[in-house]
Design a protein around this ligand. Structure first.
Ligand code: DSN
Length: 487
């Protein structure tokens, strides 16, 4: 297929980026050569492995270079035009640009570019929902205009109200995220939580079951979104459920933001028109710098805008600048081609597994990720992940619904198509990837540890890891990472 790589922008772009990186590494070498060496090695390692981690990607040189500037040195707590520090005029420019690109790209009334990560974005969103939905009557009762006007005694009363709120989110083992109310996470501690799962037979979300749980539990927040659910979500239905019980719908689209941006998910599958608040990271399928973003309706915007200082410290201005660059890239028509290829390639990978009789959670995919049940190979996720890594295939182990091996050893391997699609892989290459994965796993056996059966130890039949690594290298050389970038 035609390369849709972020780095496939022509020879001049690549030559200029090469000069920039070579010069930067020479500068770093003068101070700590081991860091320069590790940086070169990281590129070499990424170039020579099949990166299938569903939450990773390769940002463009323009995005990466934007992060290495003096914006890193600037404090800018506050919001655009309203900072607690002087001389923030240039930070204002880049933050406003990032927010403008995000609003235009996603069709959102309001965007907040400051969160440093997805967890930060979710905490900002939770705070904004609590402050908007609980603060108003609380403040009126207390005779205050703004949350900052509250006395310590009033805070005590408000804490009692805030601390008695309910959140309904997707469980970790069925594909939700830690921050969606998982009990050991702060979201499961600050809220009374209940989790919804998937249908045990199909693996799909059962909207009637979510609605029944919401009617009984009456949450303040209904969280939709996932990090390991290989299917699309009907956000219109989720909003109906939220409306019926008076809940706020928050969607965490960190994993699939690129598919929303690239208009693969539209209508009921686009969370932005349906949710009150949408959070995301910017570095996964969206292919930007490592960071977070919050989109909101006008109603929630004022509270989200107080993310710093209520929840966040000083914004990472260099990363906000890079978000602006990445979001500008995502507004180009080529990004839609990329996003469609991400979905098509995940489909090809899933088909490649199914035709080789490997068990998939839900039997397939219609987004960017595939969840392989490795119990069909007699392995734990930990054993499978390690054997694949030995063979040049980088994945991550992941729990499957009702996982008998728990969240550490797991019984699944999660695969994602965003990174290799950026390198230019198409359906044929993803089918070959499925073949290589199956070759490794069907030649891997669990091994005993010193005290009996082990969930971590394994052996691979002689020669398989080297043979697969060589085959992977062939695919990688045909689809180079950052073509033309000489380092
Ligand atoms: N670490 C991210 C992922 O891999 O999905 C979620 O936090």
């Amino acid at each position: 297929m035609t390369s849709v790589s972020a780095s496939g922008q022509g020879a001049e772009y690549a030559a200029t980026a090469s000069e920039a990186y070579q010069a930067a590494l020479r500068v770093i070498e003068t101070v700590e050569p081991r860091v320069a060496e590790a940086t070169r090695k990281e590129l070499a390692d990424q170039r020579d492995s099949l990166k299938l981690i569903a939450s990773e990607n390769y940002a463009s040189p323009a995005v990466l270079l934007t992060m290495g500037t003096w914006f890193s040195d600037k404090y800018a707590e506050g919001t655009v035009g309203h900072r607690f520090y002087a001389a923030c005029q240039n930070v204002d420019t880049v933050e406003a640009l990032a927010a403008e690109h995000a609003r235009e790209l996603f069709g959102a009334p309001y965007a907040y570019a400051q969160p440093h990560s997805g967890i930060d974005a979710n905490l900002v969103a939770y705070w904004a929902i609590l402050a908007t939905m609980v603060e108003a009557p609380g403040l009126a009762e207390m005779g205050a205009k703004h949350i900052n006007d509250l006395s310590e005694a009033d805070w005590e009363k408000l804490r009692a109200k805030l601390g008695n709120q309910r959140l309904l989110g997707m469980s970790l083992d069925t594909g939700g995220h830690l921050t969606h109310g998982f009990r050991p996470n702060i979201s499961g501690k600050m809220f009374h939580q209940r989790q919804y799962g998937t249908d045990p037979t199909t693996g799909f979300i059962d909207y009637d079951a979510v609605a029944a749980s919401a009617r009984e539990f009456k949450p303040l927040v209904l969280v939709a979104g996932y990090s390991a659910y290989p299917r699309r979500v009907n956000f219109a239905k989720m909003r109906e459920i939220a409306d019926e019980v008076g809940a706020t719908l928050m969607v965490d689209m960190a994993h699939f933001a690129g598919l929303v941006a690239g208009k693969v998910f539209t209508g009921d599958e686009d969370p932005v028109p349906h949710a009150h608040v949408v959070t995301t990271t910017t570095h996964k399928s969206l292919r930007g710098p490592r960071g977070g973003l919050v989109l909101a309706t006008e109603e929630f915007a004022p509270a989200v805008d107080k993310g710093c200082p209520m929840v966040l410290g000083g914004p990472l201005s260099h990363v906000m600048a890079a978000k602006a660059v990445a979001l500008a890239e995502a507004r180009q028509p080529e990004f839609r081609t990329y996003a469609q290829a991400v979905a098509d390639n995940a489909q090809a990978l899933a088909d490649g597994f199914v035709k080789r009789d490997a068990g998939l959670v839900t039997g397939g995919t219609d987004n960017h990720l595939v969840l392989l049940d490795v119990t069909s190979f007699g392995l734990t996720g930990r054993q499978a992940e390690s054997a694949l890594l030995d063979s040049g295939i980088v994945t991550n182990r992941n729990a499957i619904p009702a996982d008998p091996n728990g969240a550490w050893y797991t019984s699944g391997i999660r695969f994602g198509s965003p990174a290799l699609t950026t390198r230019g892989f198409g359906a044929d290459e993803f089918d070959r990837v499925a073949e290589l994965v199956v070759e490794v796993l069907s030649n891997t056996q669990p091994a005993a540890g010193p005290n009996g059966p082990s969930k971590a130890k394994y052996t691979i039949a002689d020669g398989v890891a080297d043979r697969v690594h060589a085959a992977a290298s062939e695919l990688l050389e045909a689809n180079p990472l950052y073509p033309g970038l000489t380092l």
